[in-house]
Design a protein around this ligand. Structure first.
Ligand code: ATP
Ligand code: MN
Length: 465
């Protein structure tokens, strides 16, 4: 069935009062009025607002079908767009013909008028995108993807597809999922341990935690590149900001040092905030009203304001003064926790913070060691409410230093021989960062839980739905 139809977003914004059109969608509500009319609100996902359909009891199938339409049914309406006398809408559709395409039994259809909790909606992931909130999240997520590609494409970055399955087991960022075709009840062993040389890939294989190392290969050939794809972490983090499967955006730039990296990260965030404010006005209005009052103003401010730049060492000094307010201790050398990150953004500076030059012992082997020998050219971008949204660094570009760092941190240089060779042939300062895409969607929409900004969240104990 191909239907020549008009999207509701178009119908609502059209000046075409009097035009004949066909729309399709799902019924949100229906009420009957005196005088032989039904008002049917339908939504087709193209925008937040429903289109009101006026169905008169003169329709030939009124008794048999139209009068039985209820929430959740899918219908096709042919009619004329007329100016609406009702408040809050410019146009409505006067139906000449209504066809019910799919019924929805009210006794079992779970999405009725009442508001449902996000927890409950997670149990019906197949229907939740039909709610206002999840429809808006999906559209904003879509727009953010476009904004990301637009930012990089306009600057000549090349989009690279890095592998999802990898043979390197310690890319420096959390636990990995193993990939195997072994029958787990009957694993071939060698010296009492799984013999991965007989597995599918002839060696151990994992789901990637990051596309960075492979992106570096392409940066050192093509200059400026980025990846945007799924990544996986097998850490048991049951928090509102961790998923086991999430999408990451990872630009990597050759001939670029840490300052250049920070500059691009800040310009990037500002650009995507501006894009969404411009392109998702209706949905952002919804989030601003029902989910996170003030989010529009926050994003507008961020798009125009400077970010606070600060070294790790200075941050620790500031945080130590208020050490009593934190659950986790804060000393030079310890990791900065989300509570500390938020404190810096929300209490101290009231703006996003770019933290740089972390101790080398809490950062991965590939970050460039500073002259002091104790810190590395790392940068994290922290935002209010979320904490870390971007993590990045200038990469170690000196062959011998990198080799030493691998040995120090227990990483087998033989596995990363190709990564080392990049430092042997035409090495150059280069930098990059990783943005957790769902954290960005969370931040922009104000949604409290990361499980509600990805269509099918994968978390410890849940991969089925
Ligand atoms: P955190 O300390 O918050 O767990 P991380 O230091 O492990 O983050 P990185 O390894 O630097 O994070 O990953 C880069 C970005 O990916 C982070 O800045 C964050 O936005 C995002 N990210 C990391 N882990 C997750 C996760 N489990 N779920 C969703 N996003 C994540
Ligand atoms: Mn982590």
């Amino acid at each position: 069935m191909t239907l020549k139809k008009t999207k509701i977003v178009k119908a609502l914004s059209s000046e075409g009062v009097g035009s004949e059109l066909t729309v399709t969608g799902w019924v949100r509500t229906k009420r009957e009025s005196k005088g032989g009319f039904s008002f049917i609100e339908i939504n087709d996902g193209s925008c937040l607002t429903n289109l009101q359909v006026i169905a008169s009891d003169h329709l030939t199938n009124y008794q048999d079908e139209v009068s039985k339409i209820q929430t959740g049914c899918s219908i096709k309406v042919e009619g004329t767009l007329v100016a609406s006398p009702a408040k809050g809408q410019r146009v409505e559709l006067k139906a000449e013909q209504i066809e019910v395409l799919g019924w929805a039994d009210q006794d079992v259809y779970p999405l009725q008028k009442k508001r449902h909790s996000f927890e409950f909606l997670r149990t019906i992931a197949h229907l939740r995108p039909r709610t206002n909130t999840f429809g808006a999240v999906a559209r904003v997520r879509n727009a953010l993807s476009m904004a990301i590609h637009a930012f990089f494409q306009e600057r000549g970055f090349v989009y690279i597809h890095t592998p999802i399955i990898t043979g390197s087991d310690c890319e420096g960022a959390g636990a990995m999922f193993k990939v195997t075709t072994f029958d787990l009840a009957n694993v071939p062993l060698a010296d009492g341990r799984p013999d991965s040389s007989r597995d599918f890939f002839g060696g151990p294989a994992y789901l990637t935690v990051s596309g960075q190392l492979e992106a570096e290969v392409y940066a050192l050939s093509l200059g400026d590149v980025y990846t945007f794809g799924p990544t996986f972490r097998a850490e048991n983090s049951n928090t509102p900001r961790h998923l086991a499967e999430f999408w990451m955006v990872e630009p990597e730039m050759a001939f670029c040092d840490l300052d250049g990296n920070v500059e691009i990260a800040v310009a990037f965030l500002k650009s995507v905030f501006t894009y969404v404010l411009e392109h998702c006005q209706e949905d952002m209005g919804f989030f601003n009203r029902f989910i996170d009052p003030g989010i529009i103003e926050t994003l507008e401010k961020l798009a125009s304001q400077d970010f606070q730049k600060l070294t790790y060492t200075d941050a620790v000094e500031i945080l130590s003064k208020d050490a009593g307010t934190f659950e986790f201790p804060i000393d030079w050398g310890s990791d900065i926790q989300a509570e500390h990150e938020r404190y810096l953004c929300e209490k101290i500076f009231q703006k996003p913070v770019v933290l740089t030059d972390y101790p080398k012992k809490i950062k991965p082997f590939y970050m460039k060691v500073n002259e002091d020998g104790r810190t590395v050219r790392a940068m994290d971008v922290l935002v209010p409410r979320i904490g870390e949204i971007i993590g990045g660094s200038q990469r170690e570009d000196d062959y011998h230093t990198l080799l030493e760092r691998m040995k120090e941190t227990g990483i087998d240089p033989r596995v990363y021989w190709w990564y080392l060779e990049l430092r042997k042939f035409g090495t150059t300062p280069h930098s990059g960062f990783g943005l957790g895409f769902e954290r960005l969607v969370q931040f922009v929409t104000g949604m409290a839980n990361i499980r509600d900004v990805i269509p099918f969240p994968r978390t410890p104990g849940n991969a089925s739905f």
